[in-house]
Ligand binder design. Structure first.
Ligand code: AMP
Ligand code: MG
Length: 330
């Protein structure tokens, strides 16, 4: 699972600079939601710190049980079985995450779309299997977030068309990170990092300095395209190197363009920085589909959101709030 721990590498060097403090930094890692979950936190009381890290992991397991498309008894699986037949009453938590997903669909003009799964479920990146042309053509009309009908008064979801499926894989990890941070705050933790694969939040600073978060090069794992000093910020990276296989000279990866039912191919990675991880997660996936120009236009229209995009040629593009001064190259 550690091999899936990607994109965001924590520069642990800072720990070396604070030898007196080292005893109170607590680290924990577990494989949940098909990815590596990592918690690092500062606590004066080691036992209380370890309990806080365990509480974050418990919260991640809870969210996985609720939202996994691979668990038959998850609420998400029940929705996929029943919402084609009529309105299904769902939990407040899932209702609000689906509702937020629809907001992101509107903001990205359909690039982020949880109904991608209507075609997306036909890909298996581990077995290296993909749908035929015909299967894609037949299932493609089922991708459209407007097929999802929510009723806030009754808290129900319904699919307006048979063949529609949803999958929260592009937003659930970010949501889980935000929930993990909320759990830590409730316990009085003020310095922490929680990450789920490519989605992270850094709470407070790293005891006197910002956290240094490296964005990896999408083709050279050990190299960074940027290192960002961050405090109280969310950062998410979506990359074409996370889950993929190659066949007939093409890379089939896990981010699907809802218009084509195929992997989006304009860029190699998108990193989004923002105030909370649910947002940065959804936007990293959506901007990946939009590509450099349309993606940066969306990002620059959103206050407090920044982006670093590595395009298909390996060139690095930044949103206006991160762009280096004139004359300096990216
Ligand atoms: P991320 O690593 O955050 O970009 O998430 C990738 C995951 O998002 C995939 O594994 C799918 O579960 C899901 N996904 C793929 N394409 C889309 C899309 N166009 N809109 C929303 N979610 C998607
Ligand atoms: Mg995402």
């Amino acid at each position: 699972m550690v091999t899936r721990f990607k994109s965001v590498v924590i520069a642990a060097l800072l720990l070396v600079c604070a030898p007196l403090a080292r005893a109170e930094w607590i680290g924990s890692e577990e494989a949940i939601m098909g990815t590596a979950i990592r918690v690092e936190l500062w606590h004066a009381d080691r036992r209380a710190g370890e309990a806080a890290a365990a509480a974050v992991m418990a919260e991640m397991h809870r969210i996985d049980r609720l939202m996994s498309p691979f668990k038959r008894d998850s609420e998400l699986s029940r929705i996929n079985r029943e919402a084609v037949k009529g309105p299904v009453i769902i939990s407040k938590e899932l209702y609000s995450l689906v509702s937020r997903s629809l907001d992101f669909s509107r903001q990205t003009r359909g690039a982020f779309d949880i109904t991608f799964s209507s075609v997306g479920y036909l890909y298996d990146y581990q077995r290296q299997t993909k749908p035929s042309e015909r299967e894609i053509t037949e299932a493609l009309p089922n991708i459209d977030y407007r097929h999802i009908v929510l009723d806030p008064a009754r808290r129900t979801i319904r699919f307006a068309r048979s063949g529609v499926r949803i999958d929260l894989g592009g937003i659930a990890k970010g949501y889980a990170v935000d929930r993990g941070i909320a759990v830590l705050k409730q316990r009085g933790v003020t310095h922490a990092l929680v990450s789920a694969g490519g989605d992270s939040y850094v709470l407070g600073d790293h005891r006197g300095r910002p956290w240094m978060i490296a964005v990896r090069d999408p083709r050279e794992r050990a190299q960074a395209v940027a290192v960002l000093p961050l405090t109280d910020r969310a950062i998410s990276t979506s990359g074409d190197y996370e889950r993929y296989f190659e066949a007939d000279g093409q890379r089939y990866h896990h981010i699907i363009n809802p218009r084509t039912g195929r992997s989006a191919s304009d860029v190699r990675s998108v990193t989004i920085i923002g105030p909370e991880t649910t947002t940065t997660d959804a936007l990293s996936t959506g901007v990946f589909v939009l590509g450099v120009e349309r993606g940066l236009a969306v990002v620059d229209s959103m206050p407090g959101i920044e982006a670093i995009i590595v395009d298909a040629q390996g060139r690095v593009h930044r949103s206006s709030g991160l762009a280096p001064p004139d004359g300096e190259s990216g």
